[in-house]
Design a protein around this ligand. Structure first.
Ligand code: GAL
Length: 362
């Protein structure tokens, strides 16, 4: 195998076996001197949009060259399993828990044959970084918990009249002509909040947060995790109600939290968004589109959608924007768009590079 010495966004990216990396919607964790890239293992064709294999993991010391470490979390051959083969298992992210010394994976899970109606979060755990991960639970998060940042008169379950009014709204073409931004989280109070596209973020004090597209994708939730990272801790906030952010990716830089996300257009790319906050629970402010360039570079995020922001070890102010260039007709051929984050006037920006390497960072 020839050694990679650079990143070439959008090109085939071969692993140590010469095979295009299969880790879509992924994220990277750094552990004991090594980077581990976890992502959705996709198969060929449109069938590849469902989970036939599970979550794959690669190890890398230099980020250019990735070694296939196999399947970290396998889907189940048992059709009764929540992660039965043919389910939808997306955007897996892994973090290390310093108290339990376990590796904890969260992902967006849709039970087999139910489209995107489940809107569940899945959790799996492992003793070793590359797995095998053991499935722990799936649920809608934050059942029985009110968001911290809503007025007390909204902390009420729906009245029967409101519930009638809302019926069917999760489905495309539902009956309402507008986004009912004061209703969905109240409807889901008892059973738990819808959770689709997601990120995990570990803060400097080791508190971890689950950030997910909720309320029929219209509103992000930022939810604190328990000390063992296995479940919600019972406090969360709603962010940008009715703005339809998805594909969240977070970073912290000089005490500020930045969120890069996308609009909500399925597999089709759309303009990215960047938001900032002084505290992770907000208030959050949208700043606009972090992409610089012309035409489609700005309007469709270099034909990609955010998945993770990777802090580069041993370098200052060094972060990589990781995104997916989906291929929904041949899922296995999705490409990876990794670009350096460049700070301008204190805000992360992203520009296209045909080829680049880590020397762009200090
Ligand atoms: C996107 C989402 C992907 C996947 C896709 C399905 O909006 O970011 O993770 O769920 O929709 O259409």
């Amino acid at each position: 195998m020839t050694e990679n010495k650079s990143f070439r966004p959008g090109e085939l990216w071969r692993d140590n076996n010469g095979v295009h990396i299969n880790a879509h919607g992924g994220g990277v964790m750094f552990h004991a001197g090594v980077y581990y890239w976890f992502g959705e293992h996709k198969i060929a064709g449109q069938a590849g949009n469902l989970a036939h294999v599970g979550v794959r993991v690669y190890s890398s010391r230099d980020l250019y060259n990735c070694q296939d470490e196999g399947v970290a979390l396998a889907v189940s051959a048992d059709p009764r399993s929540p992660i039965a083969r043919g389910c939808i298992l997306e955007r897996p992210k892994v973090i290390f828990n310093p108290l339990t010394k376990k590796f904890v994976m969260w992902f967006h899970l849709e039970p087999k044959d139910a489209g995107y109606t489940g809107s569940l979060s899945g959790v799996a755990v492992a003793d070793h970084v590359t797995g095998p991960f053991r499935f722990v639970a799936s649920f809608r998060p934050n059942a029985g918990v009110w968001p911290e940042n809503v007025p007390s008169d909204l902390k009420n379950p729906l009245s029967p009249k409101e519930a009638d009014y809302l019926a069917g709204v999760d489905l495309p073409g539902g009956p309402l002509p507008y986004y009912p931004k004061h209703l969905l989280f109240r409807r889901d109070f008892a059973g738990g909040q819808m959770a689709r596209d997601m990120a995990l973020f570990v803060d400097d004090d080791t508190s971890a947060y689950h950030v997910y597209a909720s309320e029929a994708n219209g509103t992000l939730h930022i939810s604190k995790l328990s000390d063992d990272y296995l479940k919600p801790a019972g406090s969360f906030v709603r962010v940008f109600p009715g703005r339809f952010h998805e594909a969240p990716a977070l970073m912290k830089w000089h005490g500020k939290y930045f969120l890069i996300s996308s609009d909500c257009t399925g597999w089709a790319a759309n303009p990215a968004r960047i938001s900032v906050a002084d505290k992770i629970f907000g208030p959050w402010e949208e700043l606009g589109n972090p992409c610089l360039g012309t035409g489609a570079q700005i309007t469709n995020t270099f034909n990609s959608q955010s998945t993770f922001i990777l802090p580069v070890q041993g370098r200052t102010d060094a972060f990589i924007f990781m995104a997916d260039r989906w291929n929904s007709l041949n899922a296995i051929d999705g490409r990876y768009i990794w670009l350096p984050i460049e700070f301008r006037h204190g805000v992360p920006t992203i520009s296209w590079h045909d080829e680049w390497n880590l020397s762009v960072f200090k």
